[in-house]
Design a protein around this ligand. Sequence first.
Ligand code: SF4
Length: 187
Amino acid sequence: MLNIYNIEPTNYVNGNGCRYVLWVQGCNLDCIGCWNKLTWSFEKNILKSINEIFEEIKKLGSKIEGVTFTGGEPFLQADELSQLAKLIKKNTTLDIQIFSGFYKDELIKDEQKKLLNYTDILVAGRYDNTKKNNNQMVYHFNSNVDNWELNNSDVEIDIDIDGNINITGYPTNSLINEIKGKNDARV
Ligand code: SF4
């Protein structure tokens, strides 16, 4: 089972094109300026099986161009995510992008290397909002997948049918506070 913070079936600011984006629950990297602290807890949040998630992805068909794992810290659930990535790679043409707070050289466990093998684009390194490109490096492992440039000003704001607001991408603190001040937004 994967412990998940949130899923956006169609999202535009976490990789190339329209993507299924999965935020895992749990992170202990304590990055400078992390605005996703609700994802830090390792308490169970949304639990879904690999097959359940894969079925959701399959149903989206040509609506999406890829799948993104972010968090939280995806490589702390590398075993489960590598099983999901394997299914995606075997059965679809979707590319896989991962946002991690680990530096690439820190990904040395077997299950982390396995997940890395299924990854087309990796954004890696401790997030630091005081540094250029937020201190993160982008690695393109697959020449068949379009390059992706980190644009740390992209923001997507989704409002669901119940009026819940979901902010993804790289919102500034003032934007978050502005919206949170007026609404009950999930960031
Ligand atoms: S890896 Fe992501 S969620 Fe974890 S502390 Fe860093 S920015 Fe926050």
